[in-house]
Write a protein that binds this ligand. Sequence first.
Ligand code: EPZ
Length: 417
Amino acid sequence: MQKFVIHGGKRLEGDITVQGAKNSALPILSAAMLCPEESILENCPELSDVYAACRILSSAGCDCRMQNHTVTVKADSIRNSEIPEDMMQEMRSSIIFLGAMLGRTGCCRLGYPGGCELGSRPIDLHLQAFRKMGVKIQEENGILTCTAPGGLHGAKIHLQFPSVGATENIMLAAVLAEGETSITNAAREPEISDLANYLRNCGANITGEGSSTIVIQGVKELHGCTYRIMPDRIVAATWLAAAAVTGGTIRLLEADTPSMEGILDIWEQMHCQCSYTEKTICFSAGKPLHAVRFLKTMPYPGFPTDAQAIVTAALCTAKGTSVIEETIFENRFRHVDALVRMGADIRTAGRIAVIRGVRQLHGAPVSATDLRGGAALLTAALGAQGETVLTELSHIDRGYDSPEKILQSVGADIRRV
Ligand code: EPZ
């Protein structure tokens, strides 16, 4: 089993080029299944979740190849519209293939996605929407069989919660459906706009992405296109956290600064200095970091839940007491126990965490429990005094492309063994 051995306290300094966004690459890989012609997806991060998505495409009969951060997908014929059970268990976000399979073939058979480390991950909003678009859904022994005998048709869909995945899945099913689909209370995340841009480049008719109302006019067919995946705003936030806890100064290149306003504001509240252009962020750590009195995770453009764990790690040694409310997921404080083992003073109650800043954390043997929780422990270890051994790296490898190489390039003492 691989692990990171980290000796903390090294000030990080230098330039980091931000990787492509996992949460944009996954829905766009699914969307490529809608196009009989070839799509070339550039700036695709090399992650286990991306490899898993390529396996689903291949098992459906697409020709899918990845080389040097570029994925080429050709879906001239879909052999079977089934998402393998092991894939659904391995990667919950495989559910994003349901919309594209329905959009392309009108049917799909898949296992119910397992819950994940963040709590139960229902898909009720996805299924309600598909039923409105003419899909019949039977569930038996945990297997969902979805069919649309008369083909999919447009519908007016209101989401009870601005779910990112549900918004994306509806878009994927609607672009080839008969007629108009409107989504109100749609999620506004930038990855949804990236998906809409890709689909429009393939010939789809979509308006309103990035706002709460998205309207899609179904078209007969989509062609392929060449598309560059947007930069990953959460990975970018992770590198800023690493600089923050080590008193460092870094420059992020190829960042998507406009989508990071909600995150940069928090670093500024912690007395870090940020100056930025459209694609570059110059960042230096506040000395000391200051606590944030109250921080609440919200749907975009609010503070993103995916950045909560890494900001929590940075707040452990901030001056003062911070309170965080996690409003999106029911169980997203699983990194707290390990941070406490490293000397943090954190109390959680339900969706609230109270963090009292301590002078410094110390290294310890810790394990990642989920993707962003693992990133939080990595961050904490970089600022901690002494050696940290971090295991269960498979969680981190789902979302971070060669993190140890990136961190070594700006002075971190980290080894993957
Ligand atoms: C996406 O997950 C991201 N994953 C998550 O990133 C991110 O945390 C989340 O959006 C919120 O921004 C991908 O894009 C692959 P949701 P998703 O549907 O689509 C409830 C990471 O670390 N809900 O917006 O699953 C759900 O239980 C991952 O990269 C329903 O109740 O998020 C949750 O509490 C983690 N019913 C809330 O909505 C539904 O049908 C947000 O879920 C769907 C969701």
